[in-house]
Design a protein around this ligand. Structure first.
Ligand SMILES: [Zn+2]
Ligand SMILES: [Zn+2]
Length: 143
């Protein structure tokens, strides 16, 4: 499967995709708006932009759903967050700080860098805020 290019995603969109991933891929725009305390029209606009890039499907009555590509992308975004969180927690930050600090800069870290760190850490399966899956392109299948 083609890897999703995550470098152009804004921190906000990264957060929406991670949220959908944690909800097994689906949510209503109203739920997204409530979770992020944003205006429903802002959520709708973000969903429209994400669906234009093929990462989510939006059906008026069933809600927002990650596509196959969106799922792969979101899995990486969650792994990136949790790998960076683990690194920060190894260097003195408590769980909550590590989670919060990772969110401040994770959008700028490339997939290649994460894969290298993931490998050097032995592909950890537990992060500070949940499990880590090592799917597409992590290198875990090469061994
Ligand atoms: Zn976290
Ligand atoms: Zn890995």
């Amino acid at each position: 499967m083609e890897q999703c290019d995550v470098t152009g995603l804004s921190p906000r969109k990264v957060a929406y995709l991670k949220y959908l991933y944690d909800r097994e891929g689906t949510a209503r725009t109203g739920e997204i708006a409530a979770h992020f305390t944003i205006d429903p029209s802002t959520a709708t606009k973000a969903v429209r932009e994400l669906s234009a890039t093929g990462l989510v499907d939006h059906q008026p009555y069933t809600g927002v759903r990650l596509t196959g590509k969106g799922q792969e992308c979101a899995e990486f975004l969650v792994r990136r967050h949790r790998i960076l969180g683990l690194i920060l927690s190894h260097y003195g930050l408590d769980r909550e700080e590590a989670c919060r600090e990772a969110e401040r800069f994770e959008s700028y870290v490339t997939r290649d860098a994460i894969n290298k760190m993931c490998e050097s850490m032995g592909h950890p399966t537990r992060g500070i805020c949940g499990t880590i899956s090592h799917g597409q392109g992590c290198g875990i299948d090469d061994h």
